[in-house]
Design a protein around this ligand. Structure first.
Ligand SMILES: [Zn+2]
Length: 386
């Protein structure tokens, strides 16, 4: 058992943020050619420690969710098939067709049940730990495409949905879910579109897989989707934060906020065409924090190992109020110099600042009409929303 850093704390003092990680992410990979062949969570674990940003008791090792806990949202037949796929190391054609396991996107790999069940365990634990308030960062979470009865978009289980259900079980009746991944959170919207007690706000790249998340989706009136065009910049994200994310979340008066903080909206990501710097992520984290007593920050997409590690380590610094230095100390730089990105041209000669800094240079730009027009249409809808 880890000591609880908040045990016996002064009730007036702000709770100490907690980080949920696991060494399972060090030893597993989706395979040599998959975008998720790169290390992500271990980089954040090692980089934040190298920075001296993890105090005793702040780090928790994630439990693995048991099948019964996964049945809170997932079909038992699917969970059993996922366990069997891990045991067998392969699936039949019938299982592949029914559960979308063993495909190029959702390969069968040695930890294909244990790894997603660990991310799910972290999200379920986070909901329980946040019962009395606090802040948790679980960068292994954010698998927002998972569906009740099949794998989808590199996601075998949907820990984000399980986080919301766990928070609710622990007494948070109104949960605001905000998603800034480059891809729309189709699995989460599938779960909660009809639930007026779960606010859903998603900003994602337009005309990109899974091709859901239309501006016109309303759900039960609490679904707010903003597809954004290629080249989406920091200035535009600030406009979206000020005009969409913060007013909708504040107006909802949530008991808890879940932020899916995917880093594939960053300019250097290989799977999308957006242009944010990681300052945009830090701004969203900082702005959402005061809006609820319970705050859970999950990971998500992000396929450039340097961008992901630097972004999510900076998110942890932001949650803790640590200053990010302009130049990293040698131990932290060594973590970033130890990364490899095979099979991608940017992995051959990474620019020096991917090793020596954590904060990107800002990427400001014009706020284009596509953004202002869509924000205006959502504003108009909000004005009539009761
Ligand atoms: Zn994504």
């Amino acid at each position: 058992m880890q000591a609880d850093p908040n045990a016996g704390a002064d009730l007036q003092a702000p709770p100490v943020p907690r980080f949920i990680g696991s060494n399972i992410y060090r030893n597993s990979s989706y395979g040599r050619m998959h975008p998720l062949r790169v290390p992500r969570v271990p980089t954040v674990m090692d980089l934040t420690r190298a920075m001296g940003w993890v105090a005793p008791g702040q780090y928790l090792s994630s439990p693995r969710a048991r099948p019964a806990a996964l049945h809170a949202w997932h079909d038992p037949a699917y969970v059993a098939a996922l366990q069997q796929a891990e045991a067998d190391g392969a699936v039949s054609d019938a299982v592949r067709a029914r559960f979308h396991l063993g495909t190029a996107a959702n390969p069968v790999y040695p930890e294909v049940f244990r790894r997603p069940a660990t991310a799910a365990g972290a999200s379920i634990l986070a909901g329980q730990l946040l019962r009395d308030g606090g802040v948790i960062h679980s960068p292994g979470g954010g698998t927002h495409h998972g569906l009740p009865d099949r794998a989808n978009g590199f996601c075998y289980l949907n820990d984000a949905v399980l986080a919301v259900l766990s928070l609710r079980h622990a007494g948070a009746s109104r949960v605001a879910y905000v998603d800034i991944d480059a891809h729309h959170c189709d699995g989460v919207e599938h779960a909660f579109a009809c639930d007026p007690d779960t606010l859903l706000v998603s900003v994602h790249e337009e005309r990109r897989w899974p091709f859901t998340g239309a501006l016109t989706d309303r759900g039960a009136g609490q679904v707010w989707n903003l597809p954004v065009p290629r080249g989406f910049n920091d200035t535009e994200m600030r406009a979206v934060l000020d005009r969409l994310i913060l007013p909708r979340v504040a107006g909802f008066r949530p008991d808890a906020i879940v932020l899916q903080c995917g880093s594939d909206m960053l300019e250097e990501d290989p799977l999308s065409r957006l242009s944010l710097s990681n300052n945009a992520h830090f701004d969203v984290v900082r702005a959402l924090r005061p809006l609820s007593a319970r705050f859970l920050v999950l990971g998500g997409g992000g396929y450039n190992p340097w961008s992901v590690g630097r972004c999510w380590s900076g998110v942890w610094a932001t949650l803790n109020g640590h200053e990010i230095p302009d130049r990293l100390p040698p131990d932290a730089e060594a973590v970033l110099r130890g990364l490899h990105w095979s099979g991608h041209r940017h992995g051959k000669a990474p620019p020096d600042h991917w090793f020596t800094t954590l904060r990107d240079a800002p990427r400001e730009g014009p706020v284009r009409p596509a953004i202002t027009d869509r924000l205006r249409s959502l504003d108009a809808r909000a004005a009539s929303w009761v």
